[in-house]
Design a protein around this ligand. Sequence first.
Ligand SMILES: C[S@@+](CC[C@H](N)C(=O)[O-])C[C@H]1O[C@@H](n2cnc3c(N)ncnc32)[C@H](O)[C@@H]1O
Length: 248
Amino acid sequence: MLSFHVITLFPELIGACCSVSIVSRGIKAGRISVKTYNPRDFCQNKYRKVDDTPYGGGAGMVLKPEPFFAAFESIERASLSPVVLMTPQGLPFKQDLAESLAQQKDITLICGHYEGFDERIRTLATHEVSIGDFVVTGGELPALTVIDAIARLVPGVIGKTISLARESFVDDVLEAPQYTKPPVFRGMEVPAVLLSGNHGQVERWRRQQSLRRTLERRPDLLEKAFLDDEDKKFISELSARKDLRSDA
Ligand SMILES: C[S@@+](CC[C@H](N)C(=O)[O-])C[C@H]1O[C@@H](n2cnc3c(N)ncnc32)[C@H](O)[C@@H]1O
């Protein structure tokens, strides 16, 4: 059982998204839990004020350290387990971090808002992560992205764990194209090999499509992917050809 502890000023956002789809299924199955902690509930001041003007001047409001520290200290195992601070200044969130966090029993996520947070709140974090090179209004949607990516790796959350094995970023390659019925739709045909029933050929085709797609769209991934001799030969033949998609 993996427990997510989310420090957020907008717990309703977290609650709404965790009540549907895979995360909700994981909660119902008792594999994960998601609890929220609102720094406003930990304010000592009369007006439950969680932010203030920045020292040195400037626009916007900055989240105060006291209510965030108090919320953090109310979580029993927070200081013994990973603490993920959501920030556009963090390292890009990647599948390998999701995989390692999925092994944990407790994870605390801290969501900022407004202009950002007092620098001292950073000292609580073991990881600072960004979901991309853009700025959203608050840390809740980034935290939900992180929760979803981790939750689906927890055994028993997704029915067939085999379906995770071929996904994009597992083994540092993108997933091969997928098809379902009908075999022909508006003139677009499912590749014949997928209808052949030949398991070996299907696997080989999938591997080659994965490599091709990764080479076209994310060649950077191939630098750390595990490639056997056959993979390397295929990639070098493909690279020598000129028919890779130019719009990829
Ligand atoms: C409006 S942003 C503040 C951005 C801050 N002024 C800066 O330039 O770094 C408010 C909060 O949203 C969250 N946030 C925004 N963009 C994010 C991203 N790309 N990844 C993770 N969290 C993000 C963070 O928690 C941040 O504190």
